[in-house]
Design a binder for this molecule. Structure first.
Ligand code: SF4
Length: 318
């Protein structure tokens, strides 16, 4: 039954810790149970990241393959959010004992609830808005390459003490993007949420979300790459997020590392383009052959699927 007071923060964090400890095997078992509950075949793709859908503007074949590979991860995000937000809003007091019963928690959450949670995060952002200069992931300390030498030395000492490897953040695109977002991007609160579309559950988290806009931040190494190849994907993702979160406008920034410039594209979200992106993803997932992308995207080292891909242009065209 719905309760109106918000849940104790300590209890919420305790439950989140328990969820974080669930093994990947258990998540896969739950995913299979959820597909049975929805009456869909085990092999049918359901849980997809919105950024994977937007990637059809890079290569539709790669977008669909990646989405299939990551389905269990997005299912985990879907369920953790439903449970975590239900606890945060005081809709449930604790996790049900049987894991299968977790699947129905949060069914009653609406976008208004998510907007309420976003408003709370907006207040919090002013309290802890600091830039990250180093981040530890899986025993590796990634350090911002723009740090001064003495700060890098301080990080190296920290890594030695902790027994971590030391790496420059630009060696991992996702870590580097997040660091640059904090250093070069604009600061907004945000929240992850999920949306139903044609039998899929699309999970998305903008880099920023206000009542009026979604904000998306990307990194490119050169101007030409930013304009020709990163911009279509970034704007498509922002259009999708604006459509699902029901925000009228989108703001996209692309930071170019070679020049240090940041391009900004602002305007009304393009609903037709969002529909085209969704349609393209759905058709390729259903088996329709996609158009091959620019040949250089299929070079070994740029695409992990090159050895098994039938879509790329034949060598004579490259
Ligand atoms: S090899 Fe080329 S066509 Fe195939 S998935 Fe990769 S980028 Fe796409």
């Amino acid at each position: 039954m719905a309760r109106h007071k918000t849940q104790d923060a300590g209890l919420v964090s305790q439950m989140r810790t328990r969820l974080a400890g669930v093994s990947s095997k258990a998540w896969r078992r739950l995913l299979a149970a959820e597909k049975r509950r929805r009456g869909v075949a085990p092999g049918r793709l359901v849980f997809v990241g919105i950024h994977n859908v937007a990637d059809v503007w890079w290569c539709a074949e790669r977008a669909v393959r990646k989405a299939r590979e990551r389905e269990a991860r997005f299912f985990g995000a879907y369920l953790r959010d439903r449970i975590g937000y239900s606890l945060e809003l005081g809709r449930v007091e604790r996790l049900p004992h049987r894991m299968e019963d977790w699947l129905t928690v949060g069914e009653d959450l609406t976008l208004s609830d998510i907007n309420r949670l976003l408003a709370a995060r907006r207040k919090r952002l002013h309290d802890d808005g600091r830039a990250v200069v180093a981040e530890a992931r899986d025993d590796v300390l990634f350090v911002d390459p723009a740090l001064s030498e003495d700060k890098k030395e301080w990080c190296a000492e920290w890594a030695r003490t902790m027994g971590w490897e030391l790496a420059s953040a630009d060696e991992d695109p996702s870590v580097y993007r997040e660091m640059l977002l904090l250093r070069e991007g604009e600061r907004y609160p945000t929240i992850r949420w999920q949306f139903a579309w044609e039998g899929y559950v699309l999970v998305g988290v903008p880099d920023g979300l206000t009542d009026e806009l979604v904000y998306e931040f990307r990194v490119a190494h050169a101007d030409q790459v930013a304009r020709r190849f990163v911009k279509p994907v970034a704007t498509a993702q922002a259009d999708l997020l604006a459509q699902f979160f029901r925000r009228p406008t989108r703001r996209v920034q692309i930071h170019v590392t070679a020049s240090g410039k940041t391009y900004t594209l602002s305007g009304l979200a393009d609903r037709e383009r969002a529909s085209l992106t969704l349609r393209t993803f759905g058709e390729v997932d259903a088996g329709q052959p996609p158009s091959p992308p620019a040949a250089w995207k299929c070079e070994p080292g740029r695409c992990e699927y090159v050895a098994t891909c039938q879509v790329r242009r034949p060598a004579k065209d490259q």
